[in-house]
Design a protein around this ligand. Structure first.
Ligand SMILES: [Zn+2]
Length: 162
């Protein structure tokens, strides 16, 4: 039997997806918004996808995220929540939950859809008021959805023009 094992990957060379900032901005790969954030996917070489806050979940390459992937994933969720609040305030808590724990979210029973990802977040306005919100990432729709007080938030509170 061949017991030879592969050498360990050099430190800092682990396969991981990355969220990067770039300039000048480009159009989102999924809509017409301009953005200066992009995702790099290990699985697809030379793949560079500009993504707006709505379409930009930084997923990990494997089910065991690297430290950077954890930070990038969280940053992409925070970016979406703050964007939904007209780029005001901040997110002070992000914790994963089961999709059926999101009030107002109807979990699909279609076996051919991907299980969505869900998080509970605590949002703090610029005035210091805190509220609990939920975020869903639907892989099939490739976008985030925000839930507050048992309802999906369909529009941004105020469209920010740049
Ligand atoms: Zn987009």
């Amino acid at each position: 039997m061949n017991t030879q094992s592969l050498p360990p990957a050099p430190a800092g060379q682990a396969d991981e997806n990355k969220l990067i900032h770039f300039w000048p901005s480009e159009q989102c790969a999924y809509c017409r918004r301009f953005t200066s954030v992009a995702l790099l996917d290990v699985a697809i070489e030379q793949w560079f996808a500009p993504v707006c806050p709505l379409h930009g979940y930084a997923s990990a390459y494997t089910s065991a995220p690297t430290p950077r992937e954890v930070i990038d994933g969280r940053a992409s969720i925070e970016r979406f929540v703050v964007w939904m609040h007209a780029e005001q305030g901040r997110v002070v808590l992000v914790s994963p939950v089961e999709p059926d724990q999101v009030p107002g979210y109807q979990v699909s029973i279609d076996p051919f859809t991907f299980e969505p990802l869900a998080w509970h977040c605590r949002y703090e306005s610029s005035g210091g008021e805190r509220k609990d919100v939920h975020v869903i990432w639907e892989t099939d729709a490739h976008q985030f959805f925000l839930y507050e007080q048992g309802q999906r938030v369909r529009e941004r509170e105020r469209e920010v023009l740049s």
